[in-house]
Write a protein that binds this ligand. Sequence first.
Ligand SMILES: [Zn+2]
Length: 84
Amino acid sequence: MVGIILEGVLFVALLATVGALLFFGLVRWTPLGLRLRQDANRRRLEQALELECPIHGPQRAEEMVRLPSGSRICPACFKEALHE
Ligand SMILES: [Zn+2]
């Protein structure tokens, strides 16, 4: 009984390992993987750009101020807008 369970568990582990290796190979050495990495780069740069104020430079995400309209501005710009 224990042998059958152990065999089942090992088989599932083997399948998971083969699947992970296949996925790694696919992502690492094929055009699809290149595309996925380039997409990830685009998202990363877009996020960085969203957090960068044209006047005050890069800001931290949790310091950004969300306006009632839904858009975000940097804290320094928000303070300046309040003091006008
Ligand atoms: Zn600013």
